[in-house]
Design a protein around this ligand. Sequence first.
Ligand SMILES: Cc1cc2nc3c(=O)[nH]c(=O)nc-3n(C[C@H](O)[C@H](O)[C@H](O)COP(=O)(O)OP(=O)(O)OC[C@H]3O[C@@H](n4cnc5c(N)ncnc54)[C@H](O)[C@@H]3O)c2cc1C
Length: 653
Amino acid sequence: MYKRIFNHVKKIIPRISETEIIALKSGGTSIDRYIFQGKMDYKTLFSPIQKHELSQKTKDNVHSLLEMTGDQNIYPNKNSHTIMKELGKRGFLSLIIDQHYGGNRMPIELQSQLLSKISSYNPSLGVATMVPNSLGPAELLQHYGTESQKQYFLPKLSSGEFIPCFGLTGPNNGSDAVGEIDEGIVEMVNNEIKIKITLNKRYITLAPISNLIGIAFKLNDPQNLLGKNGITLALVENSQTGLLLQTYHNPNNAGFPNGTIKGTIFIDPEQVIGGREKIGQGWKMLMECLAVGRGVSLPATANGSSKFITQAIQYYIQSRKQFNMNIGDMEAVREKFIDMYLNTWIIHTSVKLTNHILDSGSTPSVITAIMKQQTTERARNILNHGMDIYSGSGICLGENNFFTKFYNASPVGITVEGSNTLTRGLIIFGQGLNKSHPYIFPIFQNIQDNDQLEFKRNFNKMVKNILQNYTHLLNPLPSFQTQEDPKSRLERATLKFSILANFIALMGGKIKQKQMISGNMADILSNLYLGYSLIWYHHHHEGHTILRDACLHSLMQEAEYKMNEIVSNYPIFILKPFLYPIKNTIKYTTLEEKNRLYNYIIHNEELNNIFLEDIYYKGTVLEKLIKLSTFDKSSNEYKSLYQDIIKVGEYKI
Ligand SMILES: Cc1cc2nc3c(=O)[nH]c(=O)nc-3n(C[C@H](O)[C@H](O)[C@H](O)COP(=O)(O)OP(=O)(O)OC[C@H]3O[C@@H](n4cnc5c(N)ncnc54)[C@H](O)[C@@H]3O)c2cc1C
C-alpha cells in the first residue's frame, strides 16, 4: 500500500527548482511549527524574555539627530551627504556590525525601537537608516566575507565613510529576482582572470549617494577559468572604471535616494563577497539573510508610523468639532478609529514577539515573511483610515499635515523585500507548508532520495497528526467549547487551520497556481501568528485585557471568514464533505462592545505612554494636540491653539 501512496505522492508534488529549494531551506522555524501541528506549545511560546530598553543616551542621540534633520526629505537635498555622515558618526549605520569591526551592534529589539522612532518622524531618514542595517553589504560581509574583506570594509561602513547600497533588481528581474539578471562573464584580460559584468539595475535605494555598491549577477565561466557558475555577489567601489551612477528615480516624492546602476565593469574574483569560494552561492546567501532581515526594519517602520498616526488621530477626534460635537462621538468616525487602534496594537505586540524570537537566535523565514506583509499592509489601512478622518487637512500640504510623508512612503514597504501580493499569494503559505509543516518537507526529501522506509515513517506520523486533530475537532473538550473566550477561539482556529492545511496540501503542485486559496491560507496563518503575539505580549504585561480580547476577536473574525471561503471553494469534490466541520458560524463584535472599548482606550494614559514611547513628536501637530488636551476648553488659549491646529497650508496664487 505504501508503495502506491509513495508513487501517487511523487506524482502530485510540485516540481521545485533549485532556487526554490534554496529559498525553502533558508532560515528556520519557530512557533509557526506548532500552528501547523494544530496546537500551540505554550512552554515554548512563553520562554523567558530579556527586556531591552534604549538607554537615555541613545534616545538623546536619536532626538538630537531628528532635531537636526527635521522632517524634511533627505533626497534630493544638498545636505544628504552630511546627513548620512551624521548617521554614521552617531553609530546608526552599524546597528548590525560587531563592535570588533567598529560597529554599534545592538539587540534586534533595540534596533527596532530606534528605527520606529526615526521613521515615526522622518520616514525618508528612516529608509536611509534602515537600508545599511538590512540585507546589504554589511550583513553579507559579516556572514560570508573573508577576514580581509571584513577588516577593510566593516569599519568604514560603521563610520559612514562607505555608504552602501545593494543592487539586485533590473528592468527584467523584479519579483523573479534572479530570472533575467545581469550577467558576468569570466575572461582572461592581460593574463589575469577578470569578470566582465554588464550592469543594468534600477530602483536601488541609496545608489545615488552610495560609494560601496553590492551587486548580484549571474556568473558564466565558458572557459572554465574559475570552475564555477551561478548567482554571485560582489562589492564595487564607486571609483570602479566603467561604473555609471548617473540617474535617480523619484519614488512617489518619499524623499530618499533611489536610482540606477549601469555600465560595463571588469572586476577581480577577489571582489566577490567571501572570495572565490563563494562564487555561485549568491542566492543562498541572499535568502539566508532575508529570512531575518525582512522581519525587523519594515515592521519597525510600520510600528512607528502607525503609532504616530493613531495617537494623533486619537487626540484630534476628541477636539475637532462638527455639528457642535466632537467627531469622535460620531460612530462612523469612531468605527474607523477603533479599527486603526486595534491594528496598531496588533502591530505593536507582533513586533515585540518577533523581535524576541529573533533575539533568541531563531531565524524563522515564514514568520518574518508574515511580519513584513502583515505589518506593512495593516499600516497602510491605518494610514488610509486616519487620512479619511483628518480629511482636508490630511490632503492639503502644510505645517499641520502629517499624513503626506507617510502616505508617500507607504507603498515602498509594500513593494520591497518581496512584494506583498507575491508574499501573500505564494510565499507565506507555500513556504509554510514546506518549511513550518512538520512532515511535508521530510516527505518531499524522502521522495527525492527514493527512501520508502523513511517515507512510511513520516507519512504515518502525518496521518496520526491529522486523525488526532480531526477527532479533537469533532469531540471538543469542555475547555474548547466556550466560543466567547477569545483564547479558545484562537486555539480552535489553530486546530482547524492545521486540518485545512493538510487538505490543501493534497492539491499538490496546483497550489502554486491557486493563489486565491493560498493567499487566504496565508491570511489565516498570519492572523493566528498575530493572535499568539497578543497572548504572548499580555502574558508578560499585565492589564488591558479588553484591548487584547478585542484584537483577538477581530483577527479570528477575519480568519474564520477566510476558512469558510476556502471550504466553499475547495476543489477536490470527493473530499469536500470532510471539511464541513471546519466551517464557522462567525461571532461578530457587537456595537456595544465597540463603544465600551472606545471609552476604555480614549482616556487611557498608560496606553498613550506605550504609544508615545516608540515615536518622536517634538514640534509636530501631535505635540500641539496633546497640549490642547490639557487646556480648559472654554479658555482663550484653547481656542487659539485649536485654530492653529486646524489651519491648512495656503500658498500665494
Ligand atoms: C522604492 C523602491 C526601493 C527599492 N529598493 C531596492 C534595492 O535597494 N535593491 C534592489 O535590488 N531592489 C530594490 N527595489 C526593487 C523591488 O524589490 C522590486 O520593485 C520588487 O521586487 C518588485 O519588482 P517589480 O517592481 O518589477 O514588480 P513585478 O515583479 O513586475 O511584479 C508586479 C506584480 O506582480 C506580482 N507578482 C510577480 N510575480 C508573482 C508571482 N509569482 N505570484 C504572485 N504575484 C506575483 C507582484 O507582487 C507585483 O504585485 C526597490 C523598489 C522600489 C520601488
